[in-house]
Write a protein that binds this ligand. Structure first.
Ligand SMILES: [Zn+2]
Length: 248
């Protein structure tokens, strides 16, 4: 799926996580809900750091360009080290796009890493800023015509920094942000399972002779602006409203 659709599904999942988890981790429902929607939407763009032209890989210019190369390199290594003779490495045959960063295991590991490292507030602030920045960019694509201001790197960076500062100051915890990162990344992979290429949700478990078995939903559709993906996007956005009201 495309970035706006992933962001919409991440916003819904983040709002649901806020409704379910927030009473246990924070005292302010409004901050928890804002963090859930924005961090969830942004985290749902992270797995595509394995693609050079994704929103996440281009968001911070050369900095995220380096992150993309690191993610791609790690994916190539993991694929080469764990592939069976029947794994073909996906569309490009190199085990990069839609491989390591699209596994639930890595989503949980990244979320746990944010939880642990986020115990030091500057790390939590940067993690929330990066996720909110991606969330705004992704959700902007859902608005017909887009939010023009989100095309300005300084504008979206500054607004994200202000929001991140507010959320961390408001007491949004590292454990909650870590959970949102894991949930957002998993929701991304589940969304990609509705496209024809599928995603390796079972890795590293071997299934039918393949460790990188590409799981596909019974009904799949082409990535892009087809009516199916548009319907999924709007259903997620519409569903976010009642779920958000449950939090408040
Ligand atoms: Zn993807």
């Amino acid at each position: 799926m495309m970035a706006p659709s992933h962001a919409a599904s991440g916003a819904l999942a983040g709002a649901a996580a806020a409704a379910l988890l927030a009473p246990a981790v924070s005292g302010c429902a409004l901050f928890d809900l804002a963090a859930g929607v924005l961090v969830g939407a942004g985290a749902a763009l992270l797995p595509d750091l394995d693609h050079p032209t994704s929103t996440a890989s281009r968001s911070q210019g050369p900095v995220t360009g380096v992150v993309h190369r690191a993610v791609a390199g790690a994916s190539r290594l993991a694929w080469a080290a764990t592939r069976t003779g029947r794994d073909d490495g996906g569309r490009d045959g190199d085990g990069v796009h839609r491989h390591l960063s699209h596994t639930p295991l890595v989503a949980v590991a990244v979320g746990a890493g944010v939880w642990l490292a986020g115990g030091w507030w500057p790390v939590l602030l940067v993690a929330v800023w990066f996720a909110v920045d991606l969330g705004l960019r992704g959700l902007a694509g859902c608005v017909p015509g887009g939010w023009r201001w989100t095309r300005s790197w300084p504008a979206v960076s500054l607004v994200s920094a202000a929001l991140a500062g507010l959320l961390v100051w408001g007491g949004v915890s590292a454990s909650f942000v870590g959970a949102l990162v894991a949930v957002g990344m998993i929701v991304h992979s589940l969304g990609d399972a509705f496209t024809r290429a599928g995603v390796p949700l079972l890795w590293p478990v071997v299934h039918r002779g393949r460790r990188w078995w590409m799981v596909r939903a019974p009904l799949t559709f082409a990535t892009g602006d087809g009516w199916q993906e548009t319907a999924v996007r709007w259903a997620c956005l519409a569903g976010t409203v009642p779920v958000a009201l449950m939090t408040l």
